[in-house]
Design a protein around this ligand. Sequence first.
Ligand SMILES: O=C(O)CCC(=O)C(=O)O
Length: 272
Amino acid sequence: MTLAEEAPRSALLPSPTRDLKQGLADIRHHGLAIVPDVLVGDQLKRARDALYRAAADDRARGREQKFGLDYEHDDTNQRVWNVLSRDPVFEDLAFHRTAVDYVRAVLGWPALLGNISANITGPGGGEMVLHADQIFVPTPWPDEPQGCNVAWCLDDFTEANGATRIVPGSHRLNRQSGPEDAGAATVPVEARAGSIFAIDGRVWHKTGANITRDQRRAGLFAVYSLPMYLPQENWWLSLDPAVRQFGSDTLLRLLGFRGDYFYGRVNGRPVG
Ligand SMILES: O=C(O)CCC(=O)C(=O)O
């Protein structure tokens, strides 16, 4: 890997910018752009409160979920799936003008929203495995990104509270990270609450470790992709419910209603 791993952080991460043109240049160069103050005041409070309410509700009902495959050991960090169904405020974020401007520019239009879920780190919470999110893309990857993520910082993101860590420039490697890359130098994306950061779907990143005694870090992650594999028929809307009710296992898998793999999940859980 020929990334400038030893360079100072300021050279590795772009400064926050409200200028879309500059932000797109930052994504091309660093793999990410940071936009400050997209949510402020009451808007930020509403989104943050709604997320912590949903997380508390999941805990109270024994439905709390961990970050995923690599977090079984971790009792602190919490993932909140399917936030669009938890509070209308999240709809506003999924198609927020600033977020969609980045998605349109990075991927083109139309694009799909593959997931919007939250990760809340807590004191003592561990790191996530290093990965790029466009794992759905067959290799070798095309030269252009097939995915774009928009992360919403609902708390201040600091190195200590588990800010997302990225390998700046890793989109230029144009491949998924593997176990041999686990030691790659990462930089925390520190940003104040209300900021968003948009990343090229090929950028290697992970949740940082939360080494604070008493801080949680709520981040909302919207994952967009090119629409190339969307079924031509919109089965979710058009299918007669009887077909779904009585369909064979094979048919339900073909239609995308059942799957025990990474995609087609319900509230983060595979539907087998
Ligand atoms: O929690 C974070 O900071 C990153 C989350 C992430 O990488 C993911 O959910 O795929």
